[in-house]
Design a protein around this ligand. Structure first.
Ligand code: ZN
Length: 270
């Protein structure tokens, strides 16, 4: 198991996706489990989860204190849920787990191996730039800044490997730095070797992305058509060197497989 943590806008999803594609590993993105996790917290009677669901967007993002936003983000509870999720996944091929809620304390508790874990921590300035470029509204921007500070502290305390992301390196350079740090873990097998195995793993990751969108629109307070939402999906051509992301409406995923221009998806096989 490989752990790639870090707050929103640290680039961890891109890095983890590239590593999973390139090395034939299963991708677990905690960000695709938000609604499943929130439902689990509601079922467990977590008051902060119920409070958040009952609020209007303005109450959540404009009238809540940062401390309250942090509590309602379920950062701590979701960290425990990630560990449960990972324990339930098949043991082969190795998993690249990524997400803001990955708890660095997993390393101090012996659940994560330090040489197989890295946290990407953006500088406040870099995170602000990235969030602005994404059009993130002021409320979530405040929460993400607080999460960055919290996760940096947690990662430092747990003694995990940290890469500071300040914009001086591009994504390819950060991927290379992570690969170098995790080199021993990345070559440990068994990894998906055949094209149909890689295709199956990419399809699984894409289904998780679509499920997250469906999960959002299934909330009682959400409205809109999940099928019309365009997301970036991983090309399912199954080529070991391909890590391309393909924009496609979520609704099209049922009838066509995402493929970059000129790439073809064969029979996904057994
Ligand atoms: Zn491709």
């Amino acid at each position: 198991m490989i752990w790639i943590g870090g707050p929103p806008a640290s680039g961890k999803t891109t890095v983890a996706t590239r590593l999973a594609c390139r090395h034939g590993l299963r991708l677990y993105s905690a960000d695709t489990r938000t609604w499943v996790h929130r439902d689990r917290a509601l079922a467990a009677g977590v008051a902060a989860a119920a409070r958040w669901e009952a609020m209007t967007p303005a109450e959540r993002w404009e009238r809540s204190s940062v401390a309250d936003m942090l509590e309602m983000s379920l950062h701590r509870q979701r960290g425990a849920m990630v560990i449960e999720d990972l324990a339930a996944l098949p043991v082969s091929p190795p998993i690249v787990a990524e997400g803001s809620v990955l708890p660095p304390s997993a390393a101090s508790r012996g659940i994560a191996v330090r040489s197989q874990a890295v946290w990407l921590i953006p500088t406040p300035r870099f995170q602000r730039q990235r969030l602005r470029a994404r059009g993130t509204p002021p409320g979530p921007t405040r929460l993400y800044a607080a999460l960055a500070a919290l996760i940096r502290d947690e990662a430092t305390r747990a003694g995990v490997q940290i890469i500071t992301v300040d914009g001086s390196r591009d994504v390819a350079q950060i991927v290379a730095a992570v690969e170098e740090m995790l080199a021993a873990a990345l070559v440990r097998g068994p990894r998906a070797g055949a094209a149909h195995e890689r295709q199956a793993l990419r399809s699984e990751a894409n289904e998780a992305i679509a499920a997250q969108v469906h999960g959002y629109y299934a909330r009682p307070w959400a409205s809109g058509d999940p099928g019309a939402v365009v997301q970036l999906f991983i090309c399912e051509c199954g080529d070991a060197t391909c890590c391309e992301l393909v924009p496609m409406p979520v609704g099209a995923l049922g009838s066509q497989r995402p493929a970059a221009p000129g790439h073809t998806c064969g029979d996904p096989g057994p």
